[in-house]
Design a protein around this ligand. Structure first.
Ligand SMILES: Cc1cc2nc3c(=O)[nH]c(=O)nc-3n(C[C@H](O)[C@H](O)[C@H](O)COP(=O)(O)OP(=O)(O)OC[C@H]3O[C@@H](n4cnc5c(N)ncnc54)[C@H](O)[C@@H]3O)c2cc1C
Length: 136
């Protein structure tokens, strides 16, 4: 059975990670990507040219929806991850939904480190043995 791998953040790093996993470990993980932006991952470097009107916003999409589907990845966008319950190995999302994980990757760049996560509580978790396993 596939291991539940949850990636928080649907940015450039997340897309690259899934791309690599699809090549080297297809089927090993049941992957869910949770992103708070209301769209699929895009090339953020090209954002300026979208804002100036030189590039259409759909042209900077890193991978089309069909690619994510083809990799068997569940993509939830417009979903802010708000809490990691280490004991239950569950990620909570702003809409109250919880997603179980075996492995968790935080690919949020520096966006939410200070704002969203309760780092103090996280690091005080009584299950330190698992911490090193959150990341691949
Ligand atoms: C205009 C511009 C130009 C740039 N030019 C360059 C360049 O020339 N060269 C270069 O090397 N870099 C450049 N960068 C920086 C580059 O875009 C970033 O380094 C890169 O996007 C980081 O990728 P990432 O996947 O780590 O993070 P991101 O692409 O930032 O993705 C992180 C994602 O996580 C989401 N997220 C955060 N917290 C949560 C949460 N709690 N729940 C759900 N989702 C969450 C964020 O909304 C975001 O979508 C540029 C950036 C900008 C804005």
């Amino acid at each position: 059975m596939s291991e539940a791998l949850v990636v928080v953040g649907n940015g450039m790093a997340a897309a690259r990670l899934v791309d690599e996993l699809a090549k080297v470990a297809l089927g090993r993980y049941a992957i869910a990507v949770i992103g708070d932006e209301p769209r699929l991952a895009y090339n953020r470097v090209l954002l300026s040219s979208v804002l100036t009107g030189e590039t259409a916003s759909h042209d900077i999409e890193l991978k089309p929806a069909a690619w994510w589907r083809g990799c068997g990845v569940t993509v939830k966008y417009g979903c802010l991850a708000t809490e990691i319950d280490v004991g239950r190995r569950e990620l909570k999302i702003a809409n109250e939904e919880s997603i179980a994980f075996s492995r968790l990757v935080l690919a949020t760049a520096s966006w939410s480190a200070a704002d969203c996560w309760d780092w103090k509580r996280l690091m005080a978790s009584p299950r330190p043995a698992h911490r090193s396993r959150w990341f691949i």
